[in-house]
Design a protein around this ligand. Structure first.
Ligand code: FAD
Length: 471
């Protein structure tokens, strides 16, 4: 019998439970459907689409060109495809965005009503959200008890599976739309730098993981905070598209470093835990992308200010570490986590713009844009989220820069107009004395913008705004 293997956010052959199960049944027809019919308009952003195109190309190569591509509504397409190839069963790994859960439930019912089989597996998470609850059967809202008591102390993650010993493809001439019909590549070629930095697909994921294990894992605890260093694993887009499972990462680290007391290893594994927690929150609180987790924030007096938003998006706020971060994002499709927190705090606190503005911009420009991690990350930054940074803790971007980018290496890379400024002023070029500015060929307001807000006054404005909702 023929089975359909429906690839979604699991674009890999290794450790793919659904693929293994499908191959155990016999011949498979591997398919991918680009679903542009999402009810809440959450189609992938530009950067994600670029990644997806290349990831699918890589997967198709791995499947010897047997992957079939379709564009449209899976609820309509799947019954058609199953009928056309006389498939007896369909296999997939579960997805956790609210609209995906509803869609998949409908499809499963349709397939079963037609007298056929639908099987789903867990291929994307270490601990699935529905299985982790507090003693009173309600979901956790705080990370540490969730991770320690709800997950780690209850069950160890599943060990990764070997790829299927043999994949036999269905002998069918069925027509698909073809990869190009999905229209994932942008019309304007803005991806030059991105293309040089990233290698979508299973091989690229494996390269980043081994690079991290060899060079950075042992120093992760400190290294992860320095944006000019390659101190983190850069696995986020690979994990988002499922080119590597979190189980593969978890056990590659565990097998290499053993059950060490090493704080760096523990810290790294707990970051994978934060990814799990984001999915957990999205599953149990499906309005996470759209509504404040803490509804006190529903009355928060966010401002509307298109000009400041544009300055933030384009990296022209006049605050070097913020501008460097926003330019890193634009040029590379990635931003260092420490800097994500800094630019986020600046947007929602100093500029007093809603976290939704930041979330949308990240959604369109990040290669790792992920509904769960992005919404959870933004709500964390805004102070409206589960276990969030308290609103009154406002990052001072100058001090953050001075602490984590001491010599301004990161800022100089992305804001070359500041490259000759002495270290002392690199994070506050508005304080540079005239003679030194002249030597550095620097004129504030001419080759680099004046700050668009006063950091001290805008900090106070944010605290005042918070007082309004606190009462
Ligand atoms: P590493 O430090 O090497 O961590 C390993 C893996 O753990 C990451 O690949 C990621 O899957 C996971 N991880 C690490 N930190 C977090 C975290 N705080 N929350 C959830 N998972 C985490 N991550 C995304 O994958 N997609 C997003 O859209 C996204 N948006 C964010 C928005 C904001 C405002 C903030 C503050 C954080 C966001 N993050 C997001 C989390 C984090 O910044 C990235 O996962 C991380 O920077 C990716 O780099 P890395 O792979 O080198 O991470």
């Amino acid at each position: 019998p023929v089975s359909i293997m429906w690839f979604r956010q699991d674009l890999r052959v290794n450790d793919n439970p659904a693929l293994n199960a499908a191959c155990d049944m016999g011949k498979i027809l591997p398919i991918y459907i680009f679903d542009d019919t999402t009810p809440d308009g959450r189609v992938p952003g530009g950067a994600s689409k670029w990644w997806l195109h290349h990831s699918l190309t890589s997967l198709n190569k791995r499947l010897n060109g047997h992957l079939k591509f379709y564009k449209g509504d899976p609820k309509k397409l799947i019954p058609q495809i199953m009928k056309e190839v006389d498939a007896k069963a369909i296999f997939w790994n579960r997805c956790y965005e609210p609209w995906q859960i509803n869609r998949d439930k409908e499809i499963k019912k349709q397939v079963i009503d037609n007298g056929l089989e639908a099987h789903s597996s867990n291929g994307s998470l270490l601990w699935e959200p529905m299985k982790v609850l507090k003693k009173d059967d309600t979901p956790y809202r705080v990370f540490t008890p969730y991770y320690r008591n709800g997950c780690l102390n209850v069950e160890q993650p599943r060990y990764p599976k070997a790829p299927p010993a043999r994949i036999t493809y269905a002998d069918t001439q069925c027509e698909d739309d073809g990869l190009d019909a999905l229209n994932l590549m942008p019309e304007i070629e803005w991806y030059g730098t991105i293309e040089k930095m990233w290698k979508p697909g299973e091989d690229g994921a494996a390269d980043n993981l081994s690079d991290f294990i060899e060079h950075a894992a042992r120093h992760y605890r400190d290294g992860r905070d320095i944006p000019s260093m390659k101190g983190t694993s850069r696995l986020s887009p690979h994990l988002h598209f499922g080119e590597m499972s979190p189980n593969q990462v978890w056990y590659a680290i565990k097998d290499k470093f053993g059950s060490t007391e090493d704080k760096s290893i523990d810290t790294y594994l707990s970051e994978l835990g934060w990814r799990e927690f984001s999915y957990y929150l999205l599953y149990h609180f499906p309005t996470l992308p759209n509504k404040n987790f803490n509804d006190k924030f529903d009355n928060f007096p966010w401002r509307k200010d298109a000009e400041s938003l544009r300055a933030w998006q384009t990296g022209n706020t006049g605050i070097p570490i913020v501008d460097a971060g926003m330019r890193e994002l634009w040029q590379t499709g990635y931003m260092h986590n420490r800097v994500r927190m800094i630019v986020g705090s600046f947007l929602v606190k100093n500029l007093l713009l809603s976290w939704h503005e930041g979330e949308r911009w990240f959604w369109d420009t990040l290669l790792d844009a992920d509904l769960a991690s992005n919404s959870a990350g933004w709500q964390w930054v805004a102070g409206s989220g589960a276990d969030a940074a308290p609103y009154f803790r406002i990052f001072n971007p100058v001090l953050q820069g001075e602490k984590f980018d001491k010599k301004g290496k990161y800022v100089r890379k992305y804001c070359p107009e500041l490259k000759d400024i002495p270290d002392k002023y690199i994070h506050k070029p508005w304080e540079i004395p005239g003679v030194i500015a002249k030597d550095a060929n620097f004129e504030l307001g001419k080759n680099y913008p004046k700050p668009i807000v006063d950091l001290k006054a805008s900090r106070q404005r944010a605290l005042d705004a918070f007082q309004e909702i606190k009462g």
